[in-house]
Design a binder for this molecule. Structure first.
Ligand code: ZN
Ligand code: FE
Length: 252
């Protein structure tokens, strides 16, 4: 499995997946036709389009790519009326093959009602859309804070070595939020140097491993005593801490 990162729009990432054995080409969340097609055209084919959710910055190039390459579009069953051109309806926990690769459909509502992640167990790779970002998480538009919290916990339970490919390059602004409320975390300072280096040389900060995220992403650390203390929520539950963090981040 080879993953090519395709920067789109101002801060989106689409991902091309090349499975060499059967020469199967797939793309995750094609937001912009021009940028995606430039990469796809090197392979001269596109077999599958995978959408994590229905937002236009994730499905914007669906129809044009489908028309040009006759690709099949896969998305959540519960978003069948909102994902343009959808062909294959994915159900929760379903296993699905694309060429020689197999992924599991993780149902992770919160950002939107029908949001899914694609987890490739053998390759230890997950595409998390706008649910888990590096050092952050997506805004809660259609679900509840509790749903988002539960969805993040599902991802948190994947193997630590899992490589996370998310929908946006928000890492630097997420870092500033983490530093504001988890200022004593030494790993964040280390990460800051690495992030700045990448951003200054125009490199994506993605992928990251889940293990790194669990140690540095404040939204995965709602049970940390230092963070609870910084928020004045010493005796609150994990989900209450999450909810507070999400509110603070919304206006950060
Ligand atoms: Zn979105
Ligand atoms: Fe998005």
């Amino acid at each position: 499995m080879i993953v090519e990162i395709i920067p789109c729009l101002s801060d989106n990432y689409s991902y091309l997946i090349h499975e060499k054995k059967t020469n199967t080409i797939s793309i995750v969340d094609p937001s912009e036709f021009g940028a995606c097609d430039k990469v796809i055209s090197r392979y001269k084919k596109l077999d599958f389009i995978l959408n994590t959710h229905h937002h236009v910055d994730h499905v914007g190039a669906n129809l044009e790519l489908k028309k040009k390459y006759n690709a099949k579009i896969l998305g959540s069953n519960s978003d069948k009326d909102r994902i343009p051109g959808i062909d294959i309806l994915l159900k929760e926990n379903q296993k699905q093959r694309i060429g020689n690769l197999e992924f599991e459909v993780m149902f992770i509502p919160g950002h939107t009602k029908g949001h899914v992640a694609f987890f490739f167990e053998k390759e230890k790779t997950a595409f998390t859309g706008d649910t888990l970002f590096s050092l952050g998480c997506g805004r809660v538009f259609e679900g509840t804070h509790e749903e988002m919290f539960n969805s993040l916990n599902k991802i948190k339970n994947l193997p630590q070595e899992t490589k996370i490919y998310c929908g946006h390059e928000y890492t630097n602004s997420n870092l500033n939020f983490c530093l504001a409320y988890d200022s004593k975390n030494p790993l964040l300072k280390e990460k800051q140097i690495d992030i700045q280096k990448k951003i200054n040389s125009n490199q994506p900060t993605i992928p990251v491993t889940l293990g790194q995220e669990i140690k540095t992403n404040i939204f995965l650390r709602c049970n940390d005593p230092e963070i609870k203390h910084a928020l004045g929520l010493k005796d609150s539950s994990e989900v209450e801490v999450f909810s507070k963090l999400r509110e603070l981040k919304d206006s950060f």
